[in-house]
Design a protein around this ligand. Structure first.
Ligand code: GCW
Length: 688
C-alpha cells in the first residue's frame, strides 16, 4: 500500500485502541441477507475492511440464529428481505430511496444493532462503503441515523484511453484496460478500480476515448464485444454501467455503407443492428458517448443535418434495449482565423445547441463542459446551463489536470467544481444553480447528472501525483452530493488515505484547499486562458495560441488585454446569460475580477475591485503564487516522519518540481506583460 495503490480504501489496523474496541464491540457479528453479485461484493468489502481495521473480521451469523442475536450485530440487506430489518420500516420511507439510496441506522438504546439497508441491492452496497468510511474517518457509530440519496442520477467517469494503451491527456501512465490494440488479460486491477469507483458512488463509465480511432471503432463489433462484456461484468458487480464512445462514421468504416447520414434508412438500420448485437453480449449496456463534428471527428454536419438528427437516430437504435445517447456539446470552429475578431469560440456551443432545445429524444443527454472554452483554470460557467430547458443535460468536468498542472503540480479541483455546481444561472429566478439544472431537477427532467474525464492510469499510485487522488475521490463525492464542502471532502480523503494523525490532517488540508488559488495565481490571471505551450499544454507560453486557428486569444497589446465579449462592443457572448448574470458580465464595473479579462478588454491601468491595477495584479499574483508554491513543499516536509517514506518522497519530488516550474511561469508572464505594457512593478521586484 505504500505505493499509494490502495488510495482511500487503504484499510489499516486502527491504531487507537479504545476507538478500535468501541468499533469492534458494535461489529462483532454480521448478518448479511441475500447473495446477489452486488451483495457479494458488499460482503467481501465489509469483511475485508473490518478484518483489517478491527484486527478480526466479524463472525457471520445466520439470520435465524436466535439467541446470539441479542449480542451486537451488523444487519445488512434490503428492507423486506428479513424480519430483522423490520424495525427500520417505520423509521424511513424506503419507497423513496429508489435504486441507490440507503439508510444506516443504529441506536445504542433500543437494541444493539446497526442496520445497513436500502430498497435495492445497489443501495446496500453504497451503505456498506459509507459505513466503512465512517470507521476510516474515526466517526462515532453509537447513534446513527443516516439517510442518503444521490443528487445526480448519472455519475459518470469518461476515460480517454486508446487501445494502443496510450491515454489522451493522461498523466498517470498507460491504460489499465488496453495494451497494444487489445484488452489486458489480467483484470485484477480493473476490479480494484471498480471498488474504488463504487466506494464513491460512481455508477457509469466509458473505457475508451471520445476521439474514436479505427481500432476503437471496432469495440462495438464481434471482434471485441466478448472482451467488452467481460469488463462490463466486473463493473456490474459494483453497480457501474458500461458505455462506449463510438465513431459517428461507423456505418461507413465498419459497415461498408457509403454514407453515415442520420436520415438515411440504411444508416439507422445499421445502428439498430449494431445495438441489438451489443445487447446480446451486455444486457445492461449503458449506451453511446459521441463526440461528433468536433475537432475533425465525423458527424451529421457532413450531410447537412444537425446534432438532433444525429443524436436521435442513435437514440432510436438504443431505445428498444434501454440504452441512452450522451452527445457532447464541445463543438466549435477549430479552423478559425486569428485576424477575425468577431467569431468567438466561447459562443459556439450555445449557438449550435440552443436552437435545438426540445428536439432531442428522452434517452439523449447533452454533455456540456463546465465552461464555454475547454477546462481552463478559470472560465465562466457554460450558458447552456440554464439556457436549455427541454433537453437532458450532463455536466462535464475534467479530473485529469490537462490545464491545471498535469498531475505534476498540486491542484485540488474540488473548490473549482463547487463554484460550478453553485453557480446561479437565474434560469428560473434565484437558486437556479448548475447543480439543480444538471441533475434535471430544475426543469423536471427525468435524466441528468455529471461526467468527468478520468485522471488515472497504470501508474503504481493510479494518478501520478498521489495527492491527485483527492480530485478523483472528490469528484465522486460531489457527483453524489454537490452540497458537500471542499473541506469536508478533503478531510475525508486525508483520513482515509493517510490515517487520523491531526498534524497530517492540518497540513494536508491547508495544502489542498489553497492549491487551486495558488495555481491560478502563478499561471492565469483574471480569467485569461490558453497561455500554455500548444499541443501538450504544459508550461507557460503567452503567445502559444495567440496567432493560431483554435479561437483562443488574449489580445494583449501595449495598452491592455482581454477579450471583449460584451454585447455593446464585443462578440456578444455575455448576452447568452440570463439577467442579472448577463448584465454583470457586460459591465466593466460589475464583472467579477477573476473573470474580468474573459469578458472585457481593458487597459493595464484599469483598477480592479481589489483596488489594484490589472498590471499590478498580474505582478503581485505571480510573485506571491510562486512563493506560495514553494511553501507547499515546505509544508509537506514537515510531515516527513508522519507519512511512509515512499509516498512522502514521491509527493516531495513533485512539489519540488512545482516550485521550480512556478518560477518559470512567474518570470515568463511577468516579463511578457512588463515588456508589452512598459509599466514597472510598484514594488520593484526582479522582472527580466
Ligand atoms: O481539451 C481538449 C483536449 C483534447 C480532447 C478534447 C475533447 C479528447 O485537448 O485532447 O479530446 O478537448 O474534450 O474532446
Amino acid at each position: 500500500t505504500e505505493s499509494g495503490y490502495a488510495c482511500w480504501l487503504d484499510y489499516r489496523l486502527i491504531p487507537n485502541e479504545p476507538l478500535r474496541s468501541a468499533y469492534r464491540k458494535r461489529c462483532s457479528q454480521l448478518v448479511m441477507i441475500g447473495d446477489s453479485p452486488l451483495l457479494q461484493a458488499a460482503r467481501r468489502e465489509l469483511n475485508l475492511a473490518l478484518g483489517v481495521m478491527l484486527g478480526e473480521a466479524p463472525v457471520e451469523a445466520e439470520e435465524d440464529a436466535g439467541a446470539e442475536l441479542s449480542l451486537p450485530v451488523l444487519v445488512v440487506g434490503t428492507i423486506g428481505s428479513s424480519q430483522l430489518l423490520n424495525p427500520l420500516a417505520s423509521l424511513y420511507h424506503f419507497d423513496e430511496l429508489g435504486e441507490e439510496g440507503y439508510v444506516i441506522h443504529g441506536s445504542g438504546s433500543d437494541d444493539n444493532r446497526i442496520y445497513l439497508s436500502a430498497d435495492a441491492d445497489k443501495g446496500v452496497l453504497y451503505a456498506v462503503f459509507h459505513f466503512i468510511r465512517l470507521l476510516q474517518t474515526g466517526a462515532s457509530i453509537e447513534q446513527l441515523a443516516i439517510r442518503e440519496l444521490p443528487s445526480n442520477g448519472l455519475r459518470m467517469i469518461n476515460h480517454w484511453d486508446n487501445m494502443d494503451g496510450s491515454i489522451e491527456r493522461g498523466y498517470a501512465g498507460r491504460s489499465i484496460f488496453f495494451h497494444e490494440g487489445r484488452f489486458i488479460e489480467d483484470q485484477e486491477r480493473v476490479r480494484d478500480y471498480a471498488r474504488l469507483l463504487a466506494s464513491g458512488g460512481i455508477n457509469a463509465l466509458t473505457i475508451n476515448n471520445v476521439n474514436v480511432h479505427s481500432q476503437e471503432s471496432k469495440l462495438i463489433t464481434d471482434e471485441f464485444l466478448p472482451d467488452v462484456a467481460k469488463t462490463a461484468a466486473i463493473f456490474r458487480e459494483y453497480g457501474i454501467r458500461l458505455y462506449l464512445s463510438v465513431n459517428y462514421a461507423s456505418p461507413m468504416e465498419l459497415g461498408g455503407l457509403s454514407t453515415a447520414d442520420p436520415l438515411a434508412p440504411e444508416v439507422a438500420e445499421w445502428w439498430h443492428g449494431a445495438a441489438k448485437n451489443i445487447y446480446r453480449y451486455i444486457p445492461d449496456f449503458g449506451g453511446f458517448v459521441v463526440k461528433a463534428d468536433s475537432e475533425f471527428r465525423p458527424g451529421p454536419f457532413t450531410y447537412g443535418r444537425n446534432h438532433a438528427d444525429g443524436a436521435n437516430m442513435l437514440a432510436d437504435a438504443l431505445a428498444p434495449f434501454g440504452g441512452e445517447v450522451i452527445w457532447r456539446c464541445f463543438v466549435y470552429n477549430c479552423l478559425q482565423n486569428w485576424r477575425d475578431r468577431i467569431t468567438d469560440r466561447a459562443r459556439a456551443a450555445y449557438d449550435h445547441f440552443m436552437p435545438l432545445d426540445g428536439t432531442f429524444r428522452d434517452n439523449v443527454m447533452l454533455q456540456i463542459k463546465n465552461g464555454p472554452m475547454d477546462f481552463q483554470v478559470r472560465e465562466p460557467v457554460s450558458p447552456l446551463f440554464g439556457g436549455l430547458k427541454e433537453t437532458n443535460q450532463l455536466l462535464e468536468l475534467q479530473i485529469t489536470q490537462e490545464y491545471t498542472g498535469q498531475q505534476k503540480h498540486l491542484c485540488f479541483l474540488v473548490p473549482q467544481w463547487k463554484e460550478v455546481f453553485d453557480f446561479d444561472t437565474h434560469a428560473q429566478g434565484e437558486g437556479s444553480t448548475v447543480a439543480e439544472v444538471a441533475s434535471g431537477r430544475l426543469f423536471g427532467r427525468a435524466r441528468g447528472g455529471v461526467a468527468a474525464v478520468a485522471n488515472i492510469g497504470d501508474d503504481a499510485s493510479w494518478s501520478g501525483h498521489i495527492l491527485a487522488q483527492a480530485n478523483w475521490y472528490g469528484y465522486a463525492r460531489l457527483a453524489w452530493n454537490p452540497k458537500l464542502s471542499a473541506e469536508q471532502i478533503a478531510r475525508e480523503w486525508i483520513a482515509m488515505t493517510f490515517g487520523l494523525d491531526s498534524a497530517v490532517e492540518r497540513v494536508l488540508l491547508g495544502m489542498l484547499l489553497s492549491s487551486y488559488r495558488i495555481y491560478e495565481d502563478y499561471t492565469a490571471p483574471l480569467g485569461v486562458g490558453w497561455m500554455v505551450n500548444p499541443n501538450h499544454h504544459y508550461g507557460p507560453n503567452v503567445d502559444g495560441y495567440e496567432y493560431s486557428k483554435w479561437g483562443t486569444y488574449h489580445y494583449a497589446d501595449c495598452h491592455g488585454m482581454g477579450v471583449d465579449r460584451t454585447v455593446r462592443s464585443g462578440t456578444g457572448y455575455a448576452g447568452q446569460y440570463h439577467s442579472p448574470v448577463a448584465e454583470r458580465y457586460e459591465s466593466t464595473a460589475l464583472c467579477p475580477d477573476e473573470l474580468l479579462l474573459f469578458f472585457q478588454h481593458v487597459p493595464y491601468t484599469h483598477r480592479l475591485k481589489s483596488g489594484k491595477t490589472v498590471i499590478q495584479h498580474i505582478y503581485d499574483t505571480h510573485f506571491e503564487g510562486a512563493e506560495r508554491a514553494a511553501q507547499l513543499a515546505e509544508q509537506w516536509k514537515s510531515l516527513a516522519s508522519l507519512v511512509d517514506s515512499a509516498r512522502f518522497g514521491q509527493v516531495l519530488d513533485r512539489l519540488a518540481h512545482q516550485a521550480e516550474h512556478a518560477e518559470e511561469w512567474r518570470d515568463c508572464i511577468n516579463t511578457y506583460f512588463y515588456r508589452k505594457s512598459g509599466i514597472a512593478d510598484e514594488r520593484g521586484r526582479l522582472i527580466y
